[in-house]
Design a protein around this ligand. Sequence first.
Ligand code: AMP
Length: 288
Amino acid sequence: MVILTSPSELQVYLKQLRQRERTVGLVPTMGALHAGHASLVEASKAGNEVTVCSIYVNPTQFNSATDLRSYPRSLEADCRLLEEHACDAVFIPDNEAIYPEPPRTRLHFGELESVMEGRFRPGHFNGVGLVVSKLFHMVQPDRAYFGQKDLQQFLIVQRLVTDLSFGLQLVRCPIVREPDGLALSSRNARLTPAQRGVAPALYRALDQAREMLRTHQGVAQTKQAILGYFSGLSGIRLEYFEIADGEDLREVSDLRNHRHLALCIAAYLDEVRLIDNLLLTNPPDPGA
Ligand code: AMP
């Protein structure tokens, strides 16, 4: 695997690929890689001749200095995992390479960022939009791979690609979970054993909500049940649980007229913030 740390090294590497008309897949990450990231690399390898993974903890998408400082970093193990999955190249830029000057450009995504992650993490999607745009310009991939784990981020990047004519194909990859349902996340590494025991509550809540909707219980009743579920748990604080339209993430009050539903959740275990979601076809499949 080729390790590239500067944009100029990246350009030299990509130039010889383009001369040979190789298709390139990009997997943007913030490192502390796990099997969820590996699934994106595998998807990229299946769809492209060359896969480039980027590892960069992007400061502009953090709205809490503590969260940025304590974000797990494990470059050596990350490179080993990427080698094991036969990733072709890893791009590991530093802050100077990505932000030679403090960015003054601001990106706004309208209603799509007024809910959930955008609402509770002001400025987050501006930072995501900036770094993703920069990576798209630097790598100019044919395809870019993102996880459904960050559903709102995926929809935001979809907007960005359309609105700024990036001319690449976005691929959304399914959420990889632990056997007990907990979605894999770099932040799981920060959980104490006791918190790790409580963390599957996010998935259990989503599963309970899916079952309630499948059995025709209403939106308000379902939300109420999820609030009740969390109020009975200790060591975990629900930040939001939303039932939203799967395409634009607008809050749903009436289940009719939505082709897909997104059940989205965020919760804190002490300082560690976890998110998860389920996408359902609507009306829910009776066997789902
Ligand atoms: P991150 O390093 O957390 O910024 O994530 C990089 C990419 O991996 C994003 O597109 C995430 O949605 C995706 N990802 C993170 N966790 C998972 C998971 N459990 N399953 C699938 N994709 C994931």
